[in-house]
Structures are given as C-alpha cells and as structure tokens.
Design a binder for this molecule. Structure first.
Ligand SMILES: Cc1cc2nc3c(=O)[nH]c(=O)nc-3n(C[C@H](O)[C@H](O)[C@H](O)COP(=O)(O)OP(=O)(O)OC[C@H]3O[C@@H](n4cnc5c(N)ncnc54)[C@H](O)[C@@H]3O)c2cc1C
Length: 807
C-alpha cells in the first residue's frame, strides 16, 4: 500500500466512492480510498436504490437532482452497467397541508430544474392503474427520478475514479488515525500506515467509531430498515411500462416494481430498532450483513401498502431485506469539516445515500478543493450540531427522523424529540408566561408568547398566531419589548495580536476606539461569505465576538484555525458563560435608566457602542445594537444573573407597557429593516457584493482573506444580485426557496421573507441577475402555486435612515 496521499477517504460505500470520483473529476487524483471489505459491503449493497427528486429542502433537492442527472450517464461515462430505471415517482397527497407542500415544492422543482407536475387522482390512475386512490387528493409526479442498482452505481464511480488515477484499497481496515506534529494525519491500517494531508470519514454506520479515533463523536444513530420483495405480479408481467415509485404517507411506505415483482419499504412508526443493540455500533467483522426480519414490526403499515396496491397482496413475499441505515439527528447528511479538527472532513450520515451520493460527492469535493461549494452547504455542515447532541439526543432525534420520513413537514412545527438540551435560566419563567420555544443548536429559544392559551395551528398559510405576532411587533415598535437571545454564540478574542488577527480574517476593519462595534464577515479565498459576526472592542487586545446560535462550532473553527504560529491570539468560547437579553423599543432607554446609574443619552452611550455597566449591582455587558431596528440594548450579564436582570427590567418596564417577544416577531421586524440573515441571504454561494453588503468590506485594508477575489469581482460581470422586495401576497408569505419570475421566465429564487406587521406589507429577499435588480423592477413570485406580483425596493420599508436606532 502507498505510504502517502494527499487525501485518504475511509469507507467504500456510495458516499465515499462518489467523493473519490468527484475529487478525481476536479483534477485531484492523489486520493486513496480504504475499504475494510468489498466496496458497498456496508449499507450500500442492500439498498432499494430509489432516487427521488422530491425533497423539501432547496439545497438537498440540488444534491438529489445532480445524482439523477449523473446516474443515467454513468454507464456511458465509465462502461459499468448501473441498471438505471427512469420510472419517475408519485408521492400522494392525503391532506390539504400535503397539497400546499407540493405547491411549495413545485417552486423548488422549477428552480432546480427537475420536472414535476401536481396531478389529480384520475391522472394518477392513468399512470398507475393498480393504485387505489381512496383518500388521495393529488399526486406529486416527478418525472426525472428513478431507481438503480446501488452496487452498479458505486462500482461505476469507482471505475471512473481509478481511470482518472485515484486509488482504492479493498480488504484493509483503518484501525487508528492520529495527528502528527506536522499537522498531517497518520492513518493506521491492517496493511500499514499512510500519511495524508486530509482525511475523510465516509464510514457509513461506522462513522462514529472512526470519529472516536480522533477524539470526537457524531450525531448518527444506526437503525434497521426493511423492504420486502413480492413474488411475480401477473399485472406487471403483462405490462410494457414500469410504474413510477409510489410514496404513500398513510402506509409510510415506498412501493415500486422490481422487475416483475413488487417492492415495498416501510418506515414504521413504533418498535423502531437500532441496528446492533445496545449501543448501535457495528462490530468490525460485519460485512454485507442483514438482520433477521420482523414483519410484525411493519404492521399495520405493510397492510396499508397492500391496500393501496392490492395487486401485490396475492403475489406472496419472495425476499425480505432488513439492513442497517444511518440517520443523522435532522435527517440531512453530514458533509463538511469535522468540528475542531483541521483537514478532517465528513461524508456520512446519509439515510438516502443512493439518492444523495452523487450530489454529496460533487459538492463536498468542491468545498474541499476550492474552499466553498456552488450550493449552500449550511444545512449539511456537520458543525450544525454540538456536544449537546449526546447519545440520548441522537437516538431520540434519529428515531424521530426515521418515523417522520413520509410526514409532510409543516412550517414552524415543533417536534418533541431531543428537546430541552440547552436552556437559558429564564426558560421556566418565560414558559410560565406562555412562551412557546423553538430549538436552535440545542437551545430552547422564545418563538412567540401564547397569552390566551392558544396553540399554533401549523400550516403553509398565515395562521392563528399571526395576530399574536403582530401585537409583539407593535410592542417593540411603539413601546418596549424584551427577548431572551441567550443562544447567541459568544467568544472572547484576546492577546497582543488580537486586533491585527481579526483585521486579517475579517473583511471589515476592527473598531479603533474601545467600545466600538462593527459587523464583520469572514470570507473564503474566493470572496464568498463564511461567517457573520458582531465584534465589540472591549479593551486594547480584547474583543467580544457574537455570532448566530447555529454557527457556534463553525465560527469557533473560523476564529481559531486562522491563527498562524507566530500570532499571539487566544480564542475562548464563552457561549455558556453569558446570557443575552434584548431590550428594544422607543421606551427602552427609560426602562433601562430605572435600573442603572449609567448615562444612557446619545453622547454617553451612542449607537454601535458597548461597555460594561452595572444593573442592580450586576456587571453586565451592554451593547447598543439590535436586529429589530429600534432604540435598544443587548444586555449580556453573567449567565447566573439572567433571572435578576430580567426581573428588574420586567418590573421597570411595567409602566411603559413592556412585552415579551419571540423570534417570529424578530423575523417580521428585521425584514422591515431589510436586515439580511446568515445562512439565508449570506451564504457560501455568494459574495459581499452579490449580497449588497460591500459597505462592510474595507478594500483599503492591506490584506484580509478574500480581498483579491472581492476586488476581481468588482471588475467582473456578476450573475447574482440580492434584491429586497414587496409582494402582493394573499394568505401566505415568502419563506425562502420560492421561484422568482420576470414575465414567464424563472430568473431567481427567494431566500427568506415574512409579513412586516408594522408596515403592513409582505416582504422578502431573493437573488436575481443584476440586470433585473433595479428598484422598481416588476417581478412575480410563486407562493403556493399562486403567482404574486412583486416590486423591487431600493431601501428598507421601515426607518431607512436609522433614525430610530440613533434616537
Ligand atoms: C433496506 C434499505 C433500503 C434502502 N433503500 C434506499 C434507497 O432506496 N435509496 C437511498 O437513497 N437509500 C437507501 N437506503 C440507505 C442507503 O443504503 C444508505 O444511505 C447508503 O448506502 C449509505 O452509504 P454510505 O457510503 O454512507 O455507507 P456504507 O455503504 O455503509 O459505506 C461505508 C463503508 O465504510 C466501510 N468502513 C467502515 N469502517 C471502516 C474502516 N475502519 N476501515 C475501512 N473501511 C471502513 C464499510 O465497510 C462500508 O463499506 C436503504 C437502506 C436500507 C437499510
């Protein structure tokens, strides 16, 4: 075996092999893939091979779509037969919510470019005459998807990769991985050691064991999943055309034709089982393993599937497959850097690895080789989870994800598993006041307050919390509101080189005065947006850095991994040490003044400045910034004093009509101010110029990561421009991922939106070609199947000159 390679991939399932292939296609062939058995001998060989296009997430849809584009071509590209069946698929809608979801997905299909039609039961019957359409409202017919032989696909990509010079080592287990002094990885295998600059964990169900070799862990649970293959079905024998793969929420099942037989796979809701109990870890000797079947567990869903396609009932069962399937805690794959480790990447955690393998390999290869990928990878970045995702959490979440495979996701729906992992000290106090929490990075965060005991009726249309959120918004705009945002990621950056270091990694200039605050972005070498942070200079060589709750691990990596050997900088993650309370609204100064002796007038405490003040004797960091566009302060007391500070503010605020508010209201307030969101408008796909954020880039600085690319982009023709728009919506608002049209041409995609309660306008953001971005441009946007007129705006609809913030 070679003793050296640029990249070592551990695991020869479809995910690892696809990455190998796409790295080689990008010209990086000094890569060795190590597989302990035969290629595909983990989960891949026994998979049913379906490759659906219909997924609820725009970026995941791009991953699936690329696979479906690639797989039919693989045989021609590599000479390896892959048995691609272009059967298409039909997912059934049984409720109005299912149908609304299809309308939303149709927008994704139009944008991503796969064919999808919403068809009525009659048409479904024409396409699949064997299907009982009782209770079926419609079908989402996707014409470009199909199914293939998973081993064929993997071996084709393996052949393609080795033809391009990449290497594959079979029957060789990786037994350990250690970090050398040089920063390279030493990979120990049964057949010797190999040194690599970069290692990728693509070990499928073994991914946690590989992670543990390098001192980390992954939020993956390995489960058992069955499908059955029936005996020959006479009706299929007599037909020339293959039926599309049917996905039926009632049966929680996929149903398709397998040659002349039927194939039914069930995602049971109860008695779900971990593979390899008690801890879910496969033994190293497991190879092409199946588990004993348990048809009882599949009831009653298998019965429902038979009711949907009665022709399968009489065919008998010929074969049962019960294999291992990995589920991550949110159902999306883990693609990207492992938290806290340099040059250690993950390509695992996919529970639809056949459908996703092609796209995962392509976009991860781009990220590894060029620093970012052409699609938004935020939702796949493994650092979207932290250490709160312990065994109990990952099991609860993984099981929930499995069970919900054929549930329609409803906007805002709160799911029960894995909750209460991270809580602010105010959690119970706010719950007692009607707070409904939502979860981000383990944190329970206020979403809205139910003052009359109502519960949210989830759906795609505006619902029964619309008015409640409006009241919260008005409280902030007209009086004063208070919000617990403790989940913010918080870091301290200290040391003699702190300022120069931050200036080197951020596009904005660090504040020169103590107390100054800037909004700063970390860019890739290609000038694309990696991180967004609010940075306060607390003292010479002491900075307080805040970023999104969901970016805690990712931004910690950004901050710590850029430090060079000679730089004297220390980074401390202080997220759990301090709480955050937002006090905002025209009366906020008067409220705060009642409980602090600090001068709060504009000369003493200007907008975009921060200092340590005392509130009721408690030293608290106070920053005059917020994301809602009002006079206000963010207060960051030591975590243990959150209760005292909240009580003091609440008490002081009574005479001013203080109200709690939550993240639903924040979305409405920030969209009125045209504040962009990290992960939605600000992503690895775009630059600061695309996002109309050039004012936060200081090109006069001697250097910063991404400077050259930003300068280049200023000169070159660009393809994207962020626009802010008002839309004539009826009963639903932009959520992001809706298609934007110029007359009949789909020219762009929305990134986020919402209803601006104070301004009484439905608003949103989206990306379009720069030539269509002029204020006043008339566009239209598809909202749940309805084409709505939209107008590009030139400035925020609320307080465009920041008078309220400076008040
Ligand atoms: C019954 C069933 C049906 C399914 N049907 C579908 C479907 O229709 N469509 C779909 O998209 N998905 C389907 N899946 C899921 C799919 O099988 C998986 O998502 C996919 O195979 C995962 O691929 P992978 O490369 O991540 O993992 P694997 O295929 O498990 O590959 C990981 C590899 O790593 C190797 N390895 C582990 N540790 C080491 C080590 N220390 N040294 C060297 N090598 C190591 C293993 O031997 C293994 O070959 C199904 C799953 C099941 C159980």
């Amino acid at each position: 075996m070679d003793s050296q390679a640029k990249i070592v991939i551990v695991g020869g399932g479809i995910m690892g092999v696809s990455l190998l292939y796409h790295l080689a296609l990008e010209g990086c062939s000094d890569v060795v893939l190590i597989e302990k058995g035969e290629l595909t001998s983990g989960s891949t060989w026994h998979a049913a091979g379906q490759c659906p296009s219909l997924v609820g997430n725009y970026n995941l849809a791009k991953i699936h779509n690329y696979s479906n584009w690639l797989y039919p071509k693989l045989e021609e590209l590599t000479g390896q037969y892959v048995s691609w069946h272009a059967s298409g698929g039909i997912r059934l809608a049984l409720t109005e919510n299912d149908l609304d979801w299809f309308r939303f997905l149709k927008g994704i299909a139009d944008n991503v470019g796969f064919r999808m039609e919403i068809i009525d039961p009659e048409k479904i019957k024409q396409i699949n005459p064997f299907l009982h359409t009782d209770g079926v409202l419609a079908g989402a017919w996707t014409l470009d998807d199909g199914h293939a032989d998973p081993s064929g696909l993997t071996n084709a990509m393996a052949r393609g990769a080795t033809n391009l010079g990449a290497r594959i080592e079979r029957h060789n287990r990786v037994t350990n991985i250690t970090l050398k002094h040089s920063g390279a990885w030493e990979v120990t295998t049964e057949k010797g050691n190999i040194t690599a600059e970069t290692v990728v964990n693509a070990a499928g169900c073994y991914a946690r064991q590989i992670a543990q070799m390098v001192g980390s862990d992954l939020p993956i649970v390995n489960m058992q999943h069955h499908y059955i293959v029936t005996g020959p079905v006479q009706e299929f024998v007599e037909r020339d055309e293959e039926i599309p793969v049917i996905r039926d929420p009632r049966a929680s099942a996929y149903i398709r034709q397998e040659q002349q037989s039927g194939l039914i796979g069930i995602y049971e809701h109860q008695a779900m089982t971990q593979a390899w109990e008690p801890d879910g870890f496969p033994p190293w000797i497991s190879d092409s393993e199946l588990f004993p079947d348990n048809l009882d567990r599949l009831m009653p869903w298998l019965g429902y599937a038979m009711e949907r396609m009665p022709v399968l009932e009489d065919a008998g069962i010929k074969r049962i497959v019960n294999g291992a399937i990995a589920h991550s805690s949110d159902g999306s794959p883990l693609l990207g850097p492992a938290a806290g480790l340099k040059n250690f990447w993950l390509c695992c955690g996919s529970s639809f690895g056949i459908a996703q393998g092609g796209g995962c390999g392509k976009y991860l290869a781009q990220w590894m080789l060029y620093g970012d990928s052409e699609i938004n990878m935020t939702g796949f970045d493994p650092r979207r989870f932290g250490s709160y995702a312990d065994d109990e959490y990952m099991k609860a979440k993984g099981f929930q994800d499995y069970r919900l495979t054929y549930f329609t996701p409803l906007p805002g729906e709160e799911l029960p598993a894995g909750r209460l992992s991270r809580m602010s000290p105010l959690h119970d106090k706010l719950t007692a006041q009607g707070c409904v929490h939502t979860e981000t990075f383990g944190w329970e965060r206020p979403k809205w307050f139910s003052l009359d005991g109502r519960t949210e009726e989830y759906g795609y249309q505006r619902n029964n919390v619309f008015d409640v959120v409006r009241d919260e918004c008005f409280a902030v705009r007209e009086r004063v509101g208070i919000l617990d945002l403790t989940g913010f990621a918080k870091y301290e950056v200290t040391g003699p080189d702190a300022q120069s270091y931050l200036n080197n990694i951020c596009a904005n200039r660090m504040p020169k005065q103590t107390g100054g605050i800037v909004l700063a972005h970390i860019l890739s070498e290609r000038g694309r947006i990696g991180a967004e942070m609010t940075i306060t200079r607390l003292a010479d060589n002491h900075y307080y850095v805040l970023s999104a709750a969901g970016a805690e691990m990712r931004d910690l990596d950004y901050l710590s991994q850029g430090i060079t050997e000679n730089e004297k900088v220390e980074i401390h993650n202080v997220t759990d040490d301090r709480g955050v309370l937002v006090l905002a609204g025209p009366k906020s100064r008067e409220v705060l003044a009642k409980i602090t002796d600090e001068k709060l007038d504009n000369d003493s405490f200007r907008w975009l400045s921060g200092k340590e003040i005392r509130i009721g004797g408690v030293p608290t960091r106070a920053l005059r910034v917020n994301y809602v566009g009002e006079l206000g302060w963010e207060l960051h007391p030591p975590m243990e004093h959150m209760g005292t500070i909240y009580d003091a503010l609440w008490q002081a605020g009574q005479e001013f009509g203080i109200a709690n508010f939550g993240l639903y209201a924040v979305n409405s307030l920030r969209i009125e101010k045209a504040y962009r969101g990290w992960g939605a408008e600000l992503t690895n796909e775009v630059t600061m110029i695309d996002a109309d954020m050039a004012r936060f880039v200081k090109l006069k600085k001697e250097r910063f990561v991404g400077k050259e690319a930003t300068i280049r982009q200023k000169r070159e023709e660009r393809s994207l421009q962020l626009v802010y728009f008002e839309i004539e919506a009826n009963d639903s608002d932009v959520r992001g991922s809706e298609p934007i049209f110029l007359r009949e041409d789909c020219i762009g995609i929305t990134t986020s939106g919402g209803y601006g309660h104070f301004v009484r306008k439905s608003l949103g953001f989206g990306y379009v070609p720069p030539s269509n971005s002029e204020p006043g441009t008339e566009l239209s946007i598809n909202l749940l199947g309805e084409r709505c007129h939209a107008t590009v705006l030139g400035e925020p609809v609320y307080d465009p000159t920041n008078i309220r913030l400076r008040a």
